[in-house]
Design a protein. Structure first.
Length: 169
């Protein structure tokens, strides 16, 4: 029996390649670290390497749910915001967070292959979103790319402060 895998081209391929590259750099920052090192604050910021990966995975999942379910997938109540802050804390092991992130990434990659990129939903009401604006699936996916790349840069600074290792240089 043979299997046929669809070869993606165009913007879907570009989105997947951009996501893969940004994810690689983010994951690369934690190579060889212990859980304790992944929890260490190395700058004035509260950010840690493990917390950043946990946050990026949660954010990617939330935007993926926005694409499929619309604004109801995003809860910005005070309880949800407090829970969201927990996404920046590594509470399990680094391996668990990396495994969870890999699962989220795989599911997002499958969505990129099939979703109508022009599917649009209004952004939910929140102080950080423009009012009465809709985002397409394409725009939300590009936001995931940007968010991942931005936090990969943050992670690179934290890693260099931790032990001098550089991810991108």
């Amino acid at each position: 029996m043979t299997t046929t895998e669809t070869v993606l081209t165009g913007e879907r391929a570009d989105i997947l390649e951009s996501l893969a590259k940004a994810r690689h750099f983010l994951r690369h920052t934690v190579r060889g670290l212990t859980d304790e090192q992944a929890r260490a604050r190395t700058t004035e910021s509260e950010l840690t390497l493990g917390g950043l990966i946990k946050h990026v995975a949660a954010t990617e999942l939330q935007w993926r749910r926005f694409i499929t379910d619309g604004p109801r997938a995003m809860d910005f109540s005070s309880d949800a915001v407090e829970g969201w802050l927990d996404n920046f804390r590594l509470t399990g092991t680094l391996e668990e967070v990396l495994d969870s992130y890999a699962e989220v990434a795989s599911e997002t990659d499958e969505l990129v292959k099939t979703v109508d990129l022009d599917l649009a939903h209004p952004l939910p009401t929140a102080p950080w979103f423009e009012a009465d604006v809709s985002w397409t699936a394409r725009r939300a996916l590009l936001h995931i790319v940007a968010e991942t790349a931005q936090h990969a840069g943050h992670a690179d600074i934290i890693r260099e402060s931790l032990d001098g290792q550089k991810s991108m240089g």
